[in-house]
Design a protein around this ligand. Structure first.
Ligand code: AN0
Ligand code: CP
Length: 317
């Protein structure tokens, strides 16, 4: 693995999940692998879980970690090729990324979509410029279109909790939100579930179809009640429209997950990447009840990140 930006960077998905589960049993088994190596974590957007879990994962492997909130603490970045920089931007991504490459052995980057221009966001311009100009392995901490560390932790969590002896049914359900959120988490989750040994159904109101290359192999069911029938896992997430790019199309009344909706499922476990809006995306009764896996799921972020960092380190030896 050279960079980690999507499921397509992973040679063997099941083996990576097993690696994460092994690391969960013995987090310090490879505590010297990263000695003398530095991980830079660069944030252009807020984070709680990704920042702390990736830092913890790197420390478990003996790495040094440097964290920077580039959007608040760095110079304003120019990203356009050939720009005459006589406005507000202070340094070009060409120099900024290349300099970070001098200080780090692996660089993690969080760069959300702006949700203004579909082509710009889906070209992954910033992520690709970091890959091009740093010259070192890049670890996505959620890019414009994907969140692969989250998806790996999600698959690890499903693997731990799946029923014995059969393929689990996993349902990704859209949930209401007041803000326009990226499609990165659902895109990525869909891409990983389509690569995993599960029956995968996606349900959302019309107009919230994801870009089709992420959902090849999934069943799309617009009726949430039908979709949830016999589910083993329900993955709750809001996203803004891809077609009417970045728009919130409706208030989504009736789409919040509640205990009542669990009644036709196979006593489904409920997942969410967090942060979650209580009483809007997910009811208190679910989050505070026995079916919620959200805390275990967030806990697994450490071992997902550690499995990926381990492979990146081993690859660069
Ligand atoms: C972000 C998103 O939906 O992509 C990050 C989730 C991990 N969520 C919010 O902005 C609330
Ligand atoms: N799930 C997740 O990535 O959370 P943060 O945005 O807090 O990192």
């Amino acid at each position: 693995m050279k960079n980690y930006t999507s499921v397509h960077d992973v040679a063997d998905v099941a083996a990576l999940v097993n690696e994460a589960l092994e690391l969960k049993k013995s987090p310090l088994a490879h505590k010297d692998l990263g000695a003398g190596k530095t991980l830079g974590l660069i944030f252009l957007n807020p984070s709680l879980r990704t920042r702390l879990s990736t830092q913890k994962a790197a420390l478990n492997l003996g790495m040094n970690v440097m964290v920077m909130n580039l959007d608040k603490e760095g110079w304003a970045l120019e990203t356009q090729e050939g720009a005459v920089m006589n406005g507000t931007t202070v340094e070009h991504i060409k120099e900024a990324a290349a300099v970070m490459g001098q200080y780090c052995d692996i660089l993690g980057l969080r760069s959300f979509p702006k949700l203004q221009n579909k082509e710009e966001d889906y070209s992954e311009d910033i992520l690709n410029k970091f890959i091009k100009y740093t010259g070192i392995p890049i670890l996505s901490l959620e890019s414009a279109t994907r969140h692969p560390l989250q998806s790996l932790a999600d698959l690890v969590t499903i693997t731990e909790h799946k029923p014995a002896g059969r393929r689990p049914k996993v349902v990704l359900t859209w949930a209401p939100h007041v803000k326009a959120l990226p499609q990165a988490v659902p895109n990525s989750f869909a891409e990983w579930m389509c690569a995993a040994d599960v029956d995968f159904v996606i349900t959302h109101p019309e107009g919230y179809e994801l870009e089709s290359s992420f959902t090849e192999g999934a069943t799309i069911e617009y009726d949430q009640e039908k979709a949830l029938q016999d589910a083993d896992f329900i993955y709750v997430k809001n996203w803004s429209s891809y077609q009417e790019y970045g728009k919130v199309l409706s208030d989504g009344e009736g789409w919040m997950m509640t205990n009542e909706k669990l009644s036709n499922t196979n006593n489904a476990k409920v997942m969410h990447c967090l942060p979650v809006r209580r009483g809007l995306e997910l009811s208190d009764e679910i989050l505070d009840g026995p079916n919620s896996l959200v805390i275990q799921e967030a806990g697994n972020r450490v071992f997902a990140a550690q499995a990926v960092l381990k492979q990146l380190l081993e690859n660069s030896k």
